[in-house]
Design a protein around this ligand. Structure first.
Ligand SMILES: NC(=O)c1ccc[n+]([C@@H]2O[C@H](COP(=O)([O-])OP(=O)(O)OC[C@H]3O[C@@H](n4cnc5c(N)ncnc54)[C@H](OP(=O)(O)O)[C@@H]3O)[C@@H](O)[C@H]2O)c1
Length: 256
């Protein structure tokens, strides 16, 4: 793997969850639309993630597991070797998340709650974001405008919750939203100019949503590429005034 060395790129973006449908589509779209962008991608198994030959030279992948507390240390070590701290990161997108997996499925009722599944959902959907921002904070000290985008979910809105269920996912996304809000208060003190926001990507075809395709049929479901375009449009339009907002894929405000 090559570092960026002296050829410092115009925009340095870090995407956590680059192996996911949305994370990967975000990377592809950025690379296609902006020749000045270089990307560092984080995921559990970098060897499983591929990009076209044309784009591969502008992507660096680092192994990272949001549920492993030591993992961010490895990210820092590898990131230091690849992107000089002085070069900084312009955008950090947290696109990792979990709704179901081994021993874990969205709960329909109180009886379905499982402490281990709950803890795992919080580790990946919420804690991982905060620990990652902490880890990369030295790369945020530069003077350019910084965007920190947490891919959240509308079901994490407390005000909008009229259906119940999905206890671990909903509450871990609500926790993610609170972390965004907290960071939006602290980050400007050291890293101004900055906007730290939560964004609902819209329902998107992905391994995360796949088990729910029957209920998805009633919803407006987006392809990952479309979602990536929507998220990047929101991210591109951010200013310092948006710091601490919870936004939909169309840029509208979502109630906390
Ligand atoms: N799809 C939707 O309709 C929808 C709606 C609202 C919000 N979202 C949110 O959008 C984000 C992206 O979801 P998606 O639809 O793209 O789902 P996806 O294709 O299943 O991607 C999930 C991503 O999370 C990563 N991840 C899971 N567990 C991890 C762990 N322990 N450590 C590090 N990374 C881990 C996955 O990496 P691995 O390859 O290592 O598993 C993958 O990169 C999530 O935060 C999700 O909650 C999605």
């Amino acid at each position: 793997m090559m570092g960026y060395g002296s050829g410092v790129s115009k925009k340095q973006v870090l995407i956590a969850g680059i192996s996911g449908a949305i994370g990967h589509a975000l990377a592809v779209r950025l690379l296609e639309h902006d020749p000045g962008v270089s990307i560092v991608g984080l995921c559990r198994n970098p060897s499983a993630v591929t990009f076209s030959e044309e784009h591969a030279g502008r992507i660096l992948l680092i192994p990272w597991d949001a549920a492993e507390s030591s993992s961010t240390r490895t990210v820092v070590e590898k990131l230091k070797a690849l992107v000089p701290v002085e070069a900084g990161l312009d955008t950090v997108i947290y696109a990792a998340g979990i709704l179901h997996g081994p021993g874990m499925k969205p709960e329909k009722r109180l009886e379905d709650l499982d402490a281990r599944a709950f803890a795992h959902a919080f580790a990946v959907n919420a804690t991982g974001f905060a620990m990652l921002v902490q880890a990369v904070s030295p790369w945020l000290r530069h003077r350019r405008f910084k965007r920190i985008v947490a891919v959240s979910a509308k079901v994490g809105s407390i005000g909008d919750n009229g259906f119940g269920g999905w206890y671990a996912y909903r509450s871990s996304k609500a926790a993610l939203n609170m972390l965004v809000r907290n960071l939006s208060i602290e980050l400007p003190r050291k890293y101004r100019p900055v906007a730290c926001v939560a964004v609902h990507p819209g329902t998107t075809l992905s391994p995360l949503s796949r088990p729910f395709t029957r209920s998805l049929a009633k919803l407006n479901v987006h392809e990952p590429g479309e979602t990536a375009g929507n998220i990047l449009k929101v991210a591109e339009g951010l200013t310092e005034d948006d710091n601490g907002a919870f936004l939909g894929w169309d840029g509208s405000a979502i109630p906390w």
